[in-house]
Design a protein around this ligand. Sequence first.
Ligand code: ZN
Length: 653
Amino acid sequence: MRKSILLSLCLSSSLLLIAQTLTVENQFVRPLSDVLNEISTRFNVRLKYDIDTIGKILPYADFRIRPYSAEESLTNVLAYFDYKFVKQGNNVYKLKSYEYPRRIDEDGKKMLAYLNTLYKDQASWEARKALLRSEVREKLGIDTILKQRVNTKPILSKVRKFDGYTVQNIALETLPGLYVCGSIYTPAKKGKHPVIICPNGHFGDGRYRKDQQQRMATLARMGAVCVDYDLFGWGESELQVGGVAHRSSAAHIIQAMNGLSLLDYILTRKDIDATRIGANGGSGGGSQVVLLTVLDNRFTAAAPIVSLASHFDGGCPCESGMPISLAGRGTNNAELMAMFAPQPLLVVSDGKDWTASVPTLEYPYLQRIYGFYNATDKVSNVHLPQEGHDFGPNKRNAVYDFFADVFQLDKKMIDEDKVTIEPQSALLSFGKKGELMPENAIRSFNDVAVYFDKKLYSNLKSDAGLEKKATDWVASLQLENEKDASFVRTLIYNHLRQVRDWHNDHPYTTIPEGINPATGNKLSKLDREMIADSAMPKEVHDKLMNGLRRALTEEQVEQILDKYTVGKVAFTLKGYQAIVPDLTAEEESIIIGHLKEAREKAIDYKNMKQISAIFEIYKTKCEQYLNNNGRNWRQLFKDYVNKRNAEKAAGKK
Ligand code: ZN
């Protein structure tokens, strides 16, 4: 019982709040969860939570509720915590955290209307464009990174020949020791070819997926050289910097550098026609298409797919990690893409993601800018209202048609059945496990961080450590299905991070000094630390456990929990078996039950001291149980110590 009383102390502060009379002196504070419950009942609306309300206290709470509107009340209440709501149907609202890159259509509409007031003809638009161009470079920080590039010969694989095209893998060193890996699809026909740089998005399996190979190879069969390459921290890049690196702002810069560097390289090839250079990518790859064309005026045709919007900048740090949308006192991807006018541009949109607004918002806006050059016929929009967020056949066909027209490719060669889908291993430069990585290759994100502001990425080092933990633990299970393994890895990694972040954000000093009611002693630092940590939302724990139980067998779940607690269940049980030599099967099973409970509680604590303290609580329970079961724990323990001492003494003789 020692600490279990203590752990519930943390709840008392919010209980106190409820008991208070609400007056201006206490700012009419109420717990956020109560206020939301009230809104839900009062307006008969259902609230779905993607946010944490625990410990959140709202001043002037009741005044924020407007009796005539659930939505206005929610706005007033949530804004205080930087939360927002998204309407999900009649009387259903999802509560979410503020997302800086994601806005609503209405914002896009207002923003484009505002932007349209900034230019009225080609001259004023050209002035705006020049400002945006320089400020995007500056906000991205691309030039300091480009300056540090090396110019070594790329590592090229053997050329693989297929029906009407060839494929060759490339590993190009960009910053010293940092490589970008990709594949180059080339028409079998001799002659000068246009080239299309194809940055990858976040669709599963990255550039190795079937529809990506179909698109690269078909465009090559039609007559264009296509270059695709891994996202930073994905595919072969993950071997160099780990997957966590992708969720950093560095990914935004490095991916832009990779696209430009591959373009530099490919233009050294004699079979490339430098007057026909395209960019094409879907989703996050589309965001990169926008950025590449802003950074480099060598591009002559562009096609962002299921990506372009005026109210969404791309939710991954590789798309919005650097504040490029703040260029020119505020811009968006529609305006950045408009900078491509009057060159040929295809925008593919669909009805089920944020690009649903393209026909009514972004496309008319683009047409106006293209109109400054009398080139409205150069910008087109293929909108697929029944389709969703993917790179499916209709989207690929739109891409084939577009590049066939602008680069004079051979439409007769459009036949995806002629494409050979290679296994992922064939598309690798460094081998399945990176065994072919060059000697100078960087093997940690920290070695990349030196090219940036080091302080910026200090948390990433810790993230990388947690990622390694999760990876090692899951590897020990030897799961056959990689999808399951990846799911469990992410689950554990997210949990470890949440535990760490909660611990770091809620130091022991947030718990007032006080007396431990169980012992009468002053609360120790560890006590206060544990009270603070025990207030972590229960959802964090449940999400991990439910996910583990869904993907793993009970035995495997236990193995993972043992990893968290470094085998403390087995170790402690051994102790009991030694101290109570005639431990019965029933006693053992009850002790194991307590220890397993301790284990599951302990996983939500950050360090070994805390984990041990949790086990102490349950050890007390075990010992109380033995006493109640007719044993004398004190005596047993004494006998055990005496026996050990006697054995030691005998050993010395
Ligand atoms: Zn990304």
